[in-house]
Design a protein around this ligand. Sequence first.
Ligand code: ADP
Ligand code: MG
Length: 236
Amino acid sequence: MEIRNLTRRYGDLTVVDDVSLTVMPGQVTCLLGPSGCGKSTTLRMIAGVEMQDAGAIYTDGQLICDTVFRIPPERRHIGLMFQDFALFPHLTVAQNVAFGLSTGKAEQRARVEELLARVDMLRHIDDYPHGLSGGEQQRVALARALAPRPRVMLMDEPFSGLDNRLRDEIRDQTLAVLKAEDAAVLLVTHEPEEAMRMADEIALMRGGKIVQQGAPYNIYNAPRDRDAVAFFSDIN
Ligand code: ADP
Ligand code: MG
């Protein structure tokens, strides 16, 4: 996926300012920055639930949207995982994962089982969400998002609702599943530690702009300025 010169203003405030970014299949690109810097707004424009004021988005070289042309969200082949993007409580785990699938019954079942096995939730296939722990619900949400084989996965602070004890384990497992599915992943976080753990590429964002971009250890070892140093300093 390629984002070119994406810009979004609210009144006089430019919250996303000329952001360009490429996300490759099989890679996790992390949009990292403090709260309020424009990360979620960027994801919403890519998802198609918000319009940009300037710029364009392409997947596989095909235009998804610019300021005049716009493919609707449901036809963008994009998977979403947000912190508060809950499972459907009245559907079983299997029905939740199958929700976005339009293929035949047998094929659908095979895909659901494949993904639930990957996230280690096959034994809960006929359970309802309310009986599952937070971490288990998270794993089902991941399976559901990946079921239709999205070309791009957008994840907005997906682990922030989990308690610390679980978080690292779920991060590692999520990463393994994303790699196995070969998705192009754009992960938004305000936690440097999460970016260091999961990203192939980090784009450091501040005040609506990408201020530095590169491999995690390059950014960690050579932060561009004092603000970047300060931002990374709480990692041990
Ligand atoms: P992040 O996800 O990095 O925390 P957001 O993209 O949510 O940041 O927000 C970026 C900025 O845009 C913030 O200053 C926020 O207050 C502002 N903002 C977000 N949505 C709106 C809106 N609908 N109207 C006005 N300002 C908004
Ligand atoms: Mg946000």
